[in-house]
Write a protein that binds this ligand. Structure first.
Ligand SMILES: [Zn+2]
Length: 286
């Protein structure tokens, strides 16, 4: 069981405390995201690259099931250099929020290419963005269609892109089709269901995802958006229980549910390496 979306704050690192709470919620591993880049905040404390890198590495030190992700601003002048250093230091992947540029921005695209070439995955924010800025327009799922041009990129769109969940499913179909046509080279899209979705939308969204008829059960994963520093066990447990109930009442098998809560994240992270043959989405031409 992997929580694929956990944040950090600038606080004293208490790994043992976090592990205990994580296990308490029924999880055994976590993707942990670094502190944000300086450009993300309009106010408040900003942290230099090296401090953010050391902080996230410290969180994951000696914990084989904690996966450090570095939150990168692809428009920072030394972004490519940052990727080099991160990869050498053992970063498992990158978190990116397109808060003032579309994903198709030329400089950003070059950075995404570099990450794909290193074999590392990217976790993108998608959906409405609570950052106090005019930024949500860059995070529509369709904005990410440009990633089709980056060979072998593994990326995930977070928060089921709420409230644009239908658009997310449509763009997933597009990437699935591309992957089925060109399994060796195409980019592969994953879906992160981190709330995101307010509770009243949850059942509708999960049912749409699993019943749309797309080959999706290997590309969807659970995350909590909680903080490692103050992991909200009870809240995470509630989301897990709610999702389990929705998925099992929708007729999903235990194996499918296990994939959702863990093994899909392992494949996204590149820990489990195997190529899945994808079924083409249904179309009249098939
Ligand atoms: Zn988040």
């Amino acid at each position: 069981m992997i929580d694929s979306h956990v944040h950090t704050k600038e606080k004293v690192i208490k790994i043992g405390d976090f592990r205990k709470k994580l296990y308490g919620a029924g999880m055994t591993g976590a993707v942990i995201l670094s502190l944000p880049p300086a450009t993300f905040f309009t106010a408040g404390q900003k942290y230099p690259f090296i401090q953010r890198l050391n902080n996230i590495l410290e969180w994951c030190k000696d914990e084989k099931d904690f996966y450090p992700f570095f939150w990168l601003d692809p428009l920072e002048e030394d972004a490519l250099k940052q990727i080099e250093v991160c990869c050498k230091q053992g970063i498992c992947g990158f978190k990116i929020i397109c808060d003032r540029f579309p994903p198709s921005h030329a400089t950003a695209t070059e950075v995404f290419r570099c990450i794909a070439a290193k074999g590392k995955p990217i976790l993108f924010h998608s959906g409405i963005l609570w950052d106090g800025k005019v930024s949500s327009k860059y995070n529509h799922p369709l904005e990410f269609e440009c990633l089709l041009e980056i060979p072998k990129l593994r990326f995930v769109l977070a928060h089921v892109s709420w409230p644009w969940c239908d658009e997310l499913i449509a763009i997933y179909g597009k990437f699935l089709n591309a992957l089925a046509l060109n399994p060796q080279n195409s980019a592969e899209m994953f879906i992160d269901t981190t709330p995101g979705t307010p509770v009243i939308y949850r059942k509708e969204v999960l049912e749409k995802l699993y019943k749309v008829g797309y080959d999706l059960e290997n590309n969807i994963m659970f995350g909590s958006d909680s903080y490692a520093d103050e992991y909200n066990c009870q809240w995470v447990e509630e989301w897990i229980a709610r999702d389990k109930e929705i998925l099992s009442s929708s007729g999903l098998s235990d194996t499918q549910i296990d994939k959702y809560f863990g093994s899909n994240a392992r494949r996204f992270l590149g820990i489990d390496k195997f190529v899945l043959e994808k079924k083409l989405p249904l179309a009249g031409l098939n």
